[in-house]
Structure formats: C-alpha cells, structure tokens
Design a protein around this ligand. Structure first.
Ligand SMILES: C[S@@+](CC[C@H](N)C(=O)[O-])C[C@H]1O[C@@H](n2cnc3c(N)ncnc32)[C@H](O)[C@@H]1O
Length: 239
C-alpha cells in the first residue's frame, strides 16, 4: 500500500501508544482474557474496526508493518470507540477535551476495547505468539508478490501456512480474501497441500455467495468491487 508521508506520523503513533503492543506484551494488554484473533496487514483498519465491534467476545491484534498506515487504523479505531479525534494540528483530542500533542495518552484500560495494534512484519510471528494461542488468522488483500523469486513473501506461502498451523488452536481458522486470481490459485493449492488444514469454504465471487451478507469489507475490497472485480475467498480449519 503506497501512502503519502503522514504529517507527524511518529507523534501521532505516540499519542495513541496505549493501543499498541510489541512482542509478547499482547498477553497482558487486554482488560479481559478472551480468545485471540489476528489480522495480518490490517491496512487502514476498516475490517478490524467493524469485526471487533461485531465480535466483542474476542480480543484482536491488528498487525501492519507500515507505520504511516497503522497509525490511520489506530486513529480510526479510537474514533469508533469514542476515544476522541485528531485535531487540526495533528494532536489527539481526548473526550474530556485534553489535547495530547506528541505525548502518550494513558487511556484507561477499560476504555481501550478489544483491539491492539502491532507495528511489525508477520515474518516473525512465531517469535511473538505462543503455540496454540490464536483462534483465527485473517489475511485480506495481501501483496501478491508476483515477481519471480518473491513467492515466499506471500502470506499464503507454505512457510507462512506452517507458522499459522503452529499458532492456531485445534479447530482455529485461517481466512483469506484477494482480488488477485493468480495469488488465489497459488493460495488454494498451498492450503490444499498443507496436511494440517482442511478447506471449509471457497468462493471466487464472495459477494454473490451465501457468505455475502455476513462479509465485512476492507478498504481494498470496496475499491475492487466498485470496479466490478470479483472477490476470492477461502477459509481453512486446523485439523
Ligand atoms: C494491499 S494492502 C491491504 C490492506 C487491507 N488489508 C485491505 O484489505 O484493505 C496490504 C497491507 O498488508 C501489509 N503487509 C503486507 N505484508 C505484510 C507482512 N508480512 N507483515 C505485516 N504487514 C504486511 C502492507 O503494508 C499493506 O498495508
């Protein structure tokens, strides 16, 4: 995802640092212990904001490697939980009117809700999460890495699927959506070949499928479907 450089991106991230976690800190980051779900490459956060509201009985980690992108997702989430808004100078204005200009707001734990943001690359997943600690992993419209030699960076490459299998609980799910047919074919084959997964849903036109009504759209998904591009989706369960 290409972004114009955000004004004071680093400061904006610090202002909402209470919503961010690094490494294994996620274990103590939530007010209540609940099954944990992970979205890899959350982009600007539409999906995680809507899903986390719809599913309050789960905690969520939204992972994104680009800091200027994840800050937008965190701000969107904070607005959606009525935690204030960005003011015209780039400071964070809390509901009581206090403005945090580049300094961290220590948001009360009970107000932080069920999402935490992780600004890192998914390659190191197994160093962050414990085996069997995740209920579901989502990867939406991830980079197709179509150039020769980069297939191992695809989030559905067998190397990644093996990591997901380690981290998921038995019966845990991997959910994947993409506009890219080549990536989808590759992903379908990878999942089918992975012993530990059982495919439970496949659609090459998600918005016309029986899952259309319950589907939560991401930013990319909305853009592509407005242009008439069909959305591919697969879901696999850890045996
Ligand atoms: C094409 S965008 C899609 C964003 C969003 N999921 C959507 O559907 O609108 C892919 C996002 O995934 C992030 N991403 C790709 N590979 C990643 C990785 N290995 N670890 C963390 N984030 C990643 C990119 O930085 C980018 O923001």
């Amino acid at each position: 995802m290409r972004m114009r450089k955000k004004r004071r991106g680093g400061e904006r991230l610090s202002q909402l640092s209470a919503l961010f976690v690094t490494g294994s800190d996620y274990k103590t980051a939530f007010a209540e212990k609940k099954p944990l779900r992970l979205e890899i490459g959350c982009g600007k956060g539409d999906f995680i904001c809507a899903l986390s509201k719809k599913e309050p009985d789960y905690n969520f980690i939204a992972m994104e490697r680009v800091d200027d992108v994840i800050v937008v997702a965190a701000e969107k989430y904070a607005v959606s939980r009525e935690l204030g808004n960005l003011d015209s100078h780039g400071g964070w204005k809390a509901p009581d009117g206090t403005i945090y200009q580049g300094e961290a707001w220590d948001i009360p734990m009970e107000d932080r809700g069920n999402v935490r943001f992780m600004n890192c690359d998914a390659t190191g997943l197994c160093e962050i999460f414990e085996e069997g600690s995740l209920d579901t992993i989502y990867a939406n419209f991830s980079d197709p890495w179509t150039k020769n030699g980069y297939a191992n960076r695809r989030l559905t490459h067998p190397d990644f699927l093996k990591r997901y299998l380690k981290l998921l609980v038995p019966g845990g799910k991997f959910c994947f959506k993409t506009d890219n047919v080549e990536l989808f074919d590759f992903s379908l084959e990878s999942v089918e070949n992975e012993e530990g997964f059982e495919l439970t849903f496949v659609s090459r036109d998600l918005h016309q499928s029986e899952r259309a009504a319950e589907n939560i759209m991401t930013e990319y998904e909305r853009n592509f479907s407005e242009k008439g591009v069909k959305i591919n989706c697969l879901e696999a369960v850890k045996k």
